[in-house]
Design a protein around this ligand. Structure first.
Ligand SMILES: [Zn+2]
Length: 166
């Protein structure tokens, strides 16, 4: 793996390829890690789609018109779950993973991609997270089931720049 070492987590083989796995327990609210990467424009992400769709799909929305490309960093291995144990939060100028449930050592750290997919993002994917309540498709936050969206909003997990895309 090329990702730099980050205390408390590491990249391992998981259900869907490689993922981020806890090496210690985290409590709800704990910082799992800050997500490093390069801030790129939405035009740049369009160019990635042409030559490296995997890289494009890994980019995380950062604000109205920018994305964070975590290539070469641990964030590139973050997998989606329809029943996530963390979320990506924007804190100041950085994106971070924070636990929203108790996470035990050896658990995969997952988040719900939908919280960073705006209504103006066209990306979606078939989901294979294996959760009993899997939505089968990951797409924009505004297509989340109403109860799920309400819960996510109450946790502050849908950034303002995503809410503003509606
Ligand atoms: Zn799922």
């Amino acid at each position: 793996m090329t990702a730099r070492k980050t205390p408390g987590i590491r990249v391992e083989a998981v259900r869907n390829g490689h993922g981020i796995v806890a090496r210690k327990a985290f409590r709800p609210g704990d910082l799992v890690c800050s997500i490093k990467g390069t801030i790129v424009s939405s035009e740049q992400v369009w160019r990635y789609w042409d030559k490296d769709p995997r890289m494009a799909a890994n980019c995380m929305r950062y604000d109205e018109d920018q994305y964070l490309n975590p290539e070469g960093e641990i964030g590139a291995f973050a997998n989606h779950s329809c029943a996530p144990n963390s979320f990506v939060f924007k804190e100041g100028r950085r994106l971070v993973f924070r636990a929203i449930k108790p996470i035990a050592a050896h658990d995969e750290i997952t988040h719900d991609y939908a919280t960073l997919i705006g209504a103006d993002d066209i990306w979606k994917m078939r989901c294979n997270c294996g959760e009993s309540r899997c939505r089968k498709t990951v797409q924009s936050f505004h297509k989340l089931p109403a109860g799920t969206l309400r819960r996510y909003k109450a946790l502050g997990a849908v950034p303002d720049f995503i809410l503003a895309t509606l």
